[in-house]
Design a protein around this ligand. Structure first.
Ligand code: AQP
Length: 327
């Protein structure tokens, strides 16, 4: 059985970058694989989090999974810290990770850049990510652009462990998506649209009102050429908007370029806002129904049970392989 595990960190308010790069692909993937979708709260705390916000955002991500269309009857939806095997195997994988390879991780370099002090956990984060994946013997992992290096390290760790201790882990393959794998900020197309960016105009949040969405797209940077065509080198800002349009409408890039030929940016941006509003409204409505419901709690408890069952077997096998006393 082909199996997938993936998650979205509750490190800030979810935006359309996370939707396009992760959540929307999850909806498709759930029909082709046995899936485990989790809320990586242990990853979120690698940088400082306000406890009240972490609590709310962890619930939010789980509610968005369901609201966007992940079927909890088919896929396990759970919170990472509810399955302690993640932390346990994370430590074991840390012992197999080399300082040099962790030092080369570009995400660590970016996130630690210019900071006086960063947590040790931010540095060892890829070992925990490897554990998240290997614990479920995932055959496939959907990866956004900036997670490719981490998945490569997961594969290296699985192979290293298997060579040292005997065949234990499935070595996972990436699922690379062609569209939406790197949605950039609306204010600056050289920076990824990120939850931790304090500039609220850089992104459209999943819970933004239609008017906020319209305002943000009308302010989005473009260029002076006035031509809607994709060219990431010469026209990164407009290319980013075209890609968002394609992700949210399902239209091809060529069809979008044809539709707006010779029209400048005004009508393109207005239509783009409507395409996004149309997609987000039903998700927001379902989110509101579920966020404070018993239904959400039940789904998360059931998901954690299913995940724990799957994780337990691998953890036991890995411990025995390493020489731990197990019964
Ligand atoms: N802007 C984006 N475009 C495309 N894909 C994105 N993803 C996130 N932002 C974009 C993809 O979503 C998956 C889950 O990401 P994550 O939230 O766990 O981590 P992240 O990539 O670190 O997200 P952020 O928003 O940038 O969070 P912060 O600011 O806290 O670090 C990943 O596959 C990611 O590629």
């Amino acid at each position: 059985m082909k199996r997938v595990i993936s998650g979205i960190k509750p490190s800030g308010e979810l935006n359309i970058g996370g939707y396009g790069g992760a959540l929307q692909p999850f909806i498709t993937i759930q029909h082709e694989y046995e899936c485990f979708f989790f809320v990586p709260d242990l990853h979120a705390i690698t940088v400082t989090q306000d406890p009240k916000e972490l609590y709310q955002r962890s619930k939010d991500i789980a509610a968005f999974y369901i609201a966007a269309g992940i079927d909890p009857k088919k896929s396990a939806i759970f919170i990472q810290s509810h399955v302690p095997a993640h932390a346990e195997l994370g430590w074991m994988m840390e012992t197999q990770s080399h300082f040099g390879e962790l030092s080369r991780m570009t995400q660590f370099k970016e996130k630690s850049d210019g900071k006086d002090s960063v947590s040790a956990a931010l540095f060892t984060y890829p070992a925990l990510m490897a554990a998240d994946i290997l614990l479920y013997q995932a055959t496939h992992v959907p990866v956004g652009d900036d997670q490719k290096q981490h998945l490569e390290m997961t594969r290296d760790l699985a192979l290293r462990f298997n060579n040292r201790f005997g065949s234990t882990f499935v070595v996972p393959e990436p699922i690379i998506q062609s569209l939406g794998s790197r949605i950039m900020g609306l204010d600056d197309p050289s920076k990824k649209m990120s939850k931790s960016n304090p500039n609220r105009n850089s992104c459209v949040l999943m819970l933004d009102s239609p008017d906020e969405i319209r305002k943000k797209f009308s302010k989005a940077v473009t260029d002076s050429e006035g031509s809607v065509h994709l060219d990431w080198e010469a026209k990164p800002a407009v290319s980013n908007l075209i890609e968002i349009y394609a992700v949210f409408s399902g239209d091809s890039i060529a069809a979008i370029e044809r539709q707006y030929e010779g029209q400048g940016y005004g009508s393109f941006k207005r239509d783009l806002a409507e395409v996004v509003v149309e997609k987000l409204i039903p998700i927001q409505e379902r989110y509101k129904e579920i966020i404070d419901s018993e239904e959400l709690i039940t789904i998360l408890k059931d998901g954690a049970l299913k995940a724990s069952e799957a994780a337990k077997a691998t953890l036991h096998q890995a411990k025995r392989a390493m020489g731990f006393v197990t019964f």
